[in-house]
Design a protein around this ligand. Sequence first.
Ligand code: ADP
Ligand code: MG
Length: 354
Amino acid sequence: GYRKGGYYAARPGDRFAGGRYVAQRKLGWGNFSIVWLAYDTLQSRFVALKIQKSARDYAHAALHEIKLLSAVAKGDPMNSKCVVKLLDQFKHAGPNGQHVCLVTEFLGDSLLRLIRELGIIHTDLKPENVLLVSTINPAKDPVRSGFTPILDLSVGNQYGRTVISFSEKMLRMRARRAVAKISQRRVSLGGVLAEVEKERSLDGISLKCKIVDFGSACWADQQLSGEIQTRQYRAPEVIIGSGYSYSADLWSFACMAFELATGDLLFAPKNCQRCSEDEIASSGTHSKDYFDRYGDLKRIKRLKFWPLDRVLVERYNFTEPDAQGFADFLRPILDFTPENRPSAAQCLKHPWFN
Ligand code: ADP
Ligand code: MG
């Protein structure tokens, strides 16, 4: 990773954009970037600093992400929607080349929920790209949050770092505990909300969450690549290459919802096979890899059916009404035919949510 064209090796205390941002600690990383918690000395607040790999294609992806996030910001000036807010951008020169950097609002740990905006298909919805909004403002509430910004490596650096990692651990523990409680009890959505709300009041993890990682997102009418999404969350039309739209994001959303409710992946793909169905089976550019000329699956001889509500009851100990409600909500979103899937707005109106 840390070679020519690759990641930038930052350290706590490193300064960016002429000294304005001071790196604190790593928040996470992906294939394209490493994201740091940074302290914005101009505005006295914490931000997330995404330092893209330097090779040309990565730089392009970052500029593309900036374009999409700016478009979202323009369409939603109050930042009321569930999309991460872009605050600043600049380039940073390092031994491996020039790195495009995005400064966004600092969010908390990752989880679920989606929003679809302005004709953009996210194309990579998965739990790690959905972050919970941290309600603690570390700059305003340093005692409660345990954050002490590292402004100068030579002063209080050890102390700062220790405190930060301690607080981070606590946040993670609490989030994990909330999720564990939820999946143990197989509660209804109302119960889930109450549970998370309780945890949230304890330590500043809010239920509100935002989507990050628009590096591979696209406009619905200008699709860049055929091969989108992470395999576990990939829609059937993408697998067979028959074209996709917003409804591909909804497929990923349903996979994510199942995972959050049960703790297991809905689809756990092995090497490179997957299931799909007749109608769209013959229309994709990859159809021949999956179906014979009769429209039957090539690699799976006998499909064993296990209805979703039965899975929830028999495997995950849902109560009958919870299983029915959740399965009724998920089933239409997991329709093989993309056009039959409900829109995000329709999902929100489903009784299961209310
Ligand atoms: P990539 O394009 O390399 O996958 P992402 O934008 O997904 O980069 O960021 C990588 C990881 O960094 C995320 O999965 C998340 O853990 C963390 N991260 C990204 N943005 C933020 C943010 N605004 N606040 C907190 N953590 C973040
Ligand atoms: Mg990512």
